[in-house]
Design a protein around this ligand. Sequence first.
Ligand code: G7M
Length: 334
Amino acid sequence: MALSSSSAGNNETLEITSPKRRKVSDSDDSVLTVNSDLKDLSHFEFDRILSDSSERKSICLYGSFRNTSGKAIVLLEKKPFDEENVKGLLKNTCPVSQQFFNDIYGNYFCKADADFNEIKATVIHPATEKHVKKYEAQIHHLIEETPNLYETITLPFIQKEQFNLQWITNILEHKSETDRIVCEDTDPETGFVLLPDLKWDGKQIENLYLIAIVRKQGILSLRDLRGCHLDLLQNISKKCVKAIEEKYRFPKSRLRIYFHYQPSFYHLHVHFTNVDYHAPGIHAEKSHLLQSVISNIELMDDYYKKANLMFCVKEGDNLFKEYEEKGLVKKCVT
Ligand code: G7M
């Protein structure tokens, strides 16, 4: 995580500090990241908005950090309310200014204390062009990927161009986020690491979001899953559900457990979210429930080798261009 949330929320007391930088091995240019010692966002020079969402109460900014090479993405999101937070808010003096009232109905703006007004910030630096495309608002298309199209277009594309997986290696090798690990199984075939997703601060159950990253190398995505992986999938399902139940008192029946297809990162991982939370990528065109995946493989060992899989792609994405060049999809003319 880039920024401690307490410093992110308190915009009025930001100090001017020069971001220290650390070399990162996962960048194409091997440039320096501000993430090793970022205290505030005062050095961020904003170029443009990549996307914003009133529904998610988030905004994604593109720019750079002063005196630092490489571009940066800063994603700011308002955090959901929880009971503890609201109790604190109500106990503290929180000035309200009335907008209007009509009979028994009144509208107010409340000036909450910084402690109860935290903003979650995700900083990606140095950000590549591919990161920009991932976070940029764009038109989407659906593509039906046959096994042959996977072999001839998608797979060569993944082999040529994909996000670096250094953050995954760091988690598996206990070099990053070690204190966030919720449950771990070290078996080389069926093992995994379960921890909160980048999108979750690990606190509020309303937007509970964890990921289990498999230990075994070489399973790129759902497409690679076969009968020989059933033990791995069942092990993840059983142990992660138990760990989440124990740590967060959150029952199995309230968990949405799924894969993304296409994922952003081609090293197999499973998403665990609160079923009432509308996390990005939960819709039919992108998510595949773990239980359905297990069931499909139980019925047919090589289901995911033979199935046509739909996936959603942005018009600006290079994978879209690969399919466009073969005449399999067309840009939207408006
Ligand atoms: O779409 P895909 O299935 O590849 O999703 C990858 C998930 O990994 C997303 O939900 C990301 O929020 C999450 N993620 C990405 N990064 C770079 C990190 C990270 O550094 N740490 C953690 N804990 N989760 C990450």
